[in-house]
Design a protein around this ligand. Structure first.
Ligand code: BGC
Length: 796
């Protein structure tokens, strides 16, 4: 390299380091200067987060008359002695009274405490005018002028809704996930939100758990890559002070997705090796990607509620990982320690959480109430409070909130722009997974007459999925909407047959069958309403809900090819439905642009490329079933006798002793990483740079991918390893690399991966992360059953 070039690069690198260094020093100095001026009450105020749902015209317009009456009576505004009864009032009168009361609540419970420095953060206000007013109270009317950080759950889009996170994970595309988060940030920040509670990095191996929808799936490597991408997207690629960046919050620390039986909020029992090798890595990745904040979880793990787990919050997060953002509790997760039976009263709650390292309390108010007295009694040290406040102020300074606190309400709206909608459409395309395509039923010819059937064909609300607070269903384009807008030339009939997914009224099934009989092909849209997944929405039966399977059967009986399109918040157990569909396109709730994306795929304008980020089980009773499990001492061998073939009165041990279910076998319905394409890909020539590498070496892995069809397409090439012998038992397979590779028909490419110590290392017997010498298996392929196999060893 020429010397001048080197000099310039060197200068740029150094100036980067120095400017970061200076910025850090400057931030620290500002934090200390502020801290020195703060009273104890002001410090505790920073540690207090309050929720406020605005009661504005829009909200009131949605109240039923009953809601209004209850509000007026409960607030003591009507219905009491000497007061008018709600029944004697017009809706306008009620509206005026509610608005007046709401304004008073806002003033007494929010604005004044903000002026008094008692609130460090608000969540759930989204009205830019109100946000500006309250920020003004914090900045211009409080003693020290410290801005609030305004939080909101912006989980998979703010207004423009992207596929649910589980869907985005199916894209195996970090850039797509980053772009989606960027757009969500730009939209949210434009109304004054500067902090989101995402990404959720909880590994989930249980489809019964409703929040699997919000997860990035079952794999720590995939979750780690995509979680970090989301953090970069929200936070403006490392520049938190960008005027359109919002702070990310990685959650829930930790183990929440391992809730017993998939019942939300439940106990988890994750032992240390599993914690370090599976549950912690995605969080580590996101912390290293610069996540500004982190949220504790609701569950207790091995008896210790997460909001009191000093080992994880202090030793791991601060000690080992050097996290210097702030930690917020989950919604009342601190006071829920009372129900857990871990604290006897609110005062002990505050003591436990403060001492464990929770910097900010979400909504439950025990810090505000009890920290002064806990400090006086010496149960919580001043140092502990100071450190919590330092963490919070550091983030506020880094975000530029002191300099740039207000929303420009005059700026043109950047919500639902064409660019955002296009990105959401692309995301929905890449998130769909083609599970079955017998006889090349798909793609469909546009000249076919189509019977569009099913409750999800035109469900603008449900298509958006869980955790949508701000997306407006009037902007959703459903499949029917897409036929009306983008595919006007298609000859179709629409027969929903069911009003919604749980609808049990079968009276229109015959009409649906007739519609299919009179068409060339039926496209049946089934799935779940959005409310059936998400927080507190777990299910013990994850078949297609209601009578949807019966509808599918009825349609199939018309004798025409049937395409099943599912939109759901979780992997459903669809084995029993597969015989009634010639093709299956699975969409985790695909968001605002799901309709056009689905028809782009069905008509072959786009080629499916999504891969499953979670294992699809045959039966709910197989759960938990995940690809990266440990081996038993008696693995399945393949000649096992299944339930129906067991001879009568067979001897106890005569049929062998291996690990499987007599009824549903050992395999899932579809493995992790699985997904078809309209192209056909073939793998060959696994080529390793060496048969052995030193512990700190890098192995170059090459494989040839050929598109043996004449359809251009994209394949997610996946690399798996197995460490054959370890100081603790190692999983049978672990994903350690993936790439999306696009090939024209007939085209061939050599795909290359670099496998380094970081991917080969794990937390072994001594809980120290390192590569252990020995033999490894390696696979490259299109899913976790990849057959192109090799081996190598790692030597001292
Ligand atoms: C959820 C969090 C969420 C918070 C704030 C809680 O119920 O568990 O994930 O961020 O509410 O809305």
């Amino acid at each position: 390299m020429n010397v001048r070039k080197l000099g310039l690069l060197g200068f740029l690198a150094l100036s980067g380091i120095f400017s970061n260094g200076f910025a850090q020093k400057d931030t620290d100095k500002r934090v200390e200067e502020l801290l020195a001026k703060m009273t104890l009450e002001e410090k505790i105020g920073q540690m207090n987060q309050v929720s406020f749902f605005a009661v504005d015209d829009k909200a009131i317009a949605q109240y039923s008359d009953d809601d209004m009456d209850t509000f007026l009576v409960r607030m003591g505004i009507a219905g009491g002695q000497d007061q008018k009864k709600p029944s004697e009032m017009t809706r306008d009168e009620k509206t005026a009274l509610i608005k007046k009361a709401a304004a008073q609540i806002l003033d007494n419970n929010i604005t004044q405490p903000v002026r008094d420095g008692k609130i460090g953060s608000l969540l759930n206000i989204v009205d830019p005018g109100m946000i500006n007013k309250l920020q003004k109270a914090a900045l211009e009317e409080s003693r020290l002028g410290i801005p609030m950080i305004i939080g909101r759950d912006v989980i998979h889009g703010f207004k423009t809704i992207f596929p649910i996170p589980l869907g985005q994970a199916a894209s195996f595309n970090p850039q797509l996930v980053e772009d989606g988060a960027r757009i969500a940030a730009v939209e949210a920040r434009s109304v004054g939100i500067n902090w989101t509670f995402a990404p959720m990095l909880d590994i989930s191996r249980d489809a019964r758990w409703g929040r699997i929808a919000e997860s990035l799936g079952e794999d720590p490597y995939l979750g780690g890559q995509l979680g970090a991408a989301m953090v970069r997207g929200f936070q403006g690629n490392g520049n938190l002070s960008d005027p359109d960046a919002i702070a990310a919050c990685v959650k829930h620390f930790i183990g929440y997705g391992a809730a017993e039986g998939g019942r939300d909020y439940n106990t988890t029992n994750i032992p240390l090796h599993l914690m370090w090798n599976v549950y912690l890595p995605p969080f580590y990745n996101s912390v290293k990607a610069g996540a500004a904040t982190l949220m504790t979880s609701f569950n207790d793990n091995d008896g210790i509620p997460a909001s009191a787990n000093d080992y994880l919050l202090k030793d791991v997060l601060r000690g080992k990982w050097k996290f210097d953002g702030f930690v917020v509790s989950d919604w009342a997760s601190m006071t829920e320690m009372l129900a857990h039976g871990y604290a006897k009263d609110g005062k002990q709650v505050a003591e436990l959480s403060a001492n464990a390292g929770v910097d900010m309390e979400m909504v439950s108010g025990t810090y505000l109430k009890y920290l002064p007295e806990l400090i006086r009694e010496g149960k919580v040290s001043m140092e502990t409070v100071d450190n919590a406040v330092r963490n919070i102020l550091r983030v506020k300074i880094r975000m530029g909130l002191f300099e740039n606190p207000y929303v420009d309400t005059k700026k043109a709206s950047i919500l639902y722009t064409a660019a955002h909608l296009n990105a959401a459409r692309r995301a929905a395309v890449e998130s769909a997974i083609l599970l079955k395509n017998d006889n090349n039923t798909l793609p469909l010819s546009e000249s076919k007459k189509i019977a569009v059937i099913g409750p999800m064909a035109d469900a603008p609300h449900d298509q958006m999925g869980t955790w949508v607070f701000d997306g407006d269903k009037n902007h959703t384009i459903t499949p029917i909407g897409a036929l009306k807008a983008d595919y006007k030339h298609i000859n179709y009939v629409y027969e929903p047959a069911l009003g919604y997914s749980r609808d049990k009224n079968t009276s229109n099934f015959e009409k649906a069958r007739q519609a299919a009989a009179n068409a060339d092909v039926a496209v049946v849209f089934l799935g779940e309403e959005s409310i059936l997944s998400g927080e507190a929405h777990s299910l013990s039966n994850i078949n297609l809900i209601g009578v949807q399977s019966e509808l599918l059967k009825a349609v199939k009986s018309a004798g025409k090819p049937v395409i099943l399109v599912i939109m759901a918040g979780r992997p459903l157990t669809i084995e029993r439905d597969l015989p009634y569909a010639d093709a299956v396109l699975y969409n985790f709730h695909p968001g605002t642009m799901g309709g056009p994306a689905i028809f782009d795929l069905l008509f072959g304008k786009a080629n499916p490329s999504g891969k499953l980020p979670v294992t699809f089980v045959r039966e709910v009773g197989q759960i938990p079933m995940y690809y990266n499990h440990n081996n038993t001492g008696r693995p399945f061998v393949g000649n096992e006798v299944m339930l129906n073939d067991i001879p009568l009165e067979a001897g106890q041990t005569s049929l062998g002793n291996t690990s499987f279910y007599l009824d549903s076998g050992k395999d899932p319905l579809f493995p992790f990483g699985y997904g078809l394409s309209y192209s056909k890909f073939e793998y060959s020539n696994l080529d390793l740079s060496s048969a052995s590498i030193p512990v700190n070496g890098v192995l170059t892995v090459k494989a040839t991918l050929k598109n043996v069809s004449n359809v251009e397409g994209t394949e997610v090439v996946q690399l798996y390893i197995q460490d054959k012998v370890g100081s603790i038992v190692r999983p049978v397979k672990e994903l350690k690399g993936f790439q999306r590779v696009s090939l024209k028909g007939g085209e061939t490419k050599v795909v290359e991966f670099k496998l380094s110590a970081d991917e080969l290392a794990f937390y072994g017997r001594d809980l120290v992360k390192k590569v252990e010498v020995g033999d490894f298996n390696i696979w490259v392929g299109g899913d976790s059953n990849a057959s192109l196999k090799g081996s190598f060893s790692v030597t001292e």
